[in-house]
Design a protein around this ligand. Structure first.
Ligand SMILES: NC(=O)c1ccc[n+]([C@@H]2O[C@H](COP(=O)([O-])OP(=O)(O)OC[C@H]3O[C@@H](n4cnc5c(N)ncnc54)[C@H](OP(=O)(O)O)[C@@H]3O)[C@@H](O)[C@H]2O)c1
Length: 252
């Protein structure tokens, strides 16, 4: 079984109700041998996944699914840009958009991660540590990207806004890189572009995400699996940005 981490999303599909919380925030989460949840939070694990792969899926998979499909409206042949591919949500966003038949481009600070994801089917990757990294993307997709999926914000946010295709969408789900830089507003309104935020996803999206993963036989990328008594080393690895994929903690 896998757990839907939503608690009290509510009845409106577009936004969560005021008493919405996430399993683990602010209550105790799944760094535990036993977790008690209402039975309606349980879903069948797709049979092609190991327990460790299934454990990596719920929260990041749900966030990516809503960002890519509900908010980004990604479809076959769209040009899609996913930033910071070392992130857990970003990797799922790549896998989902790629499975849907989109042309997926990525950014990363790490050339090895770029090469790995190009090997998995990304069209191209650029290193966002290089100055003017966005120009390389413009050369490939001069009309821009129908959807940009970003969890970083920060200094490069203004550049992302210049990469949106006419009537395209920049979807924001995080602020890893801090406050966003300025946006050229004329560029934004002349291209009829949308910048939208997203958080997690409703229960229907969770069920749809699990079904999509089963249909496309998508395997979450697991960076490492370790026992609970070594959890601090997992947090150190994440802090240093060394991981590629999800860090899974095992209790068996
Ligand atoms: N809204 C929601 O529901 C939701 C859900 C989950 C997470 N989040 C938020 O989303 C963000 C990502 O979380 P996560 O757990 O998926 O991943 P994470 O492990 O926190 O992501 C770290 C990755 O961010 C990338 N990054 C760092 N600085 C960057 C920059 N300046 N430009 C582009 N990418 C940069 C790096 O990718 P490279 O190694 O490739 O350089 C790094 O590996 C966090 O801010 C988190 O709080 C939001």
């Amino acid at each position: 079984m896998i757990l839907n981490p939503n608690v009290n999303w509510g009845n409106h599909p577009d936004y969560q109700q005021l008493n919405y919380t996430i399993l683990g925030m602010p209550t105790a989460g799944t760094f535990a041998e036993w977790v008690a949840v209402p039975v309606h939070r349980l879903h069948e694990k797709p049979s092609h996944l190991s327990d460790e792969e299934a454990a990596a899926l719920p929260l990041a998979g749900l966030t990516a699914y809503r960002a890519v499909f509900t908010k980004g409206k990604v479809k076959k042949d769209d040009a899609v840009l996913v930033t910071g591919i070392g992130g857990g949500v970003a990797l799922f966003a790549f896998q989902f958009a790629h499975a849907a038949g989109a042309k997926v481009y990525i950014t990363s600070s790490n050339d090895e991660k770029i090469a790995t994801v190009v090997g998995l089917g990304a069209k191209m990757g650029v290193n966002y540590k290089q100055e003017n990294w966005q120009k390389e993307l413009t050369r490939k997709e001069y009309m821009g990207f129908q959807a940009i999926i970003d969890g970083a914000g920060g200094e490069d946010f203004g550049k992302l806004a210049t990469l949106i295709a006419p009537a395209g969408t920049l979807v924001v789900y995080g602020t890893t890189a801090g406050k966003p830089s300025a946006i050229q507003l004329p560029r934004l309104f002349f291209s009829q572009a949308t910048i939208t935020g997203t958080t997690m996803g409703n229960d229907e999206e969770f069920a749809a995400m699990v079904a999509f993963v089963a249909q496309h036989q998508i395997k979450p990328i697991v960076s490492s699996v370790r026992p609970f008594d070594q959890i601090v080393s997992a947090l150190d690895e994440m802090d240093a940005g060394k991981q590629f994929g999800k860090l899974v903690v095992s209790f068996v």
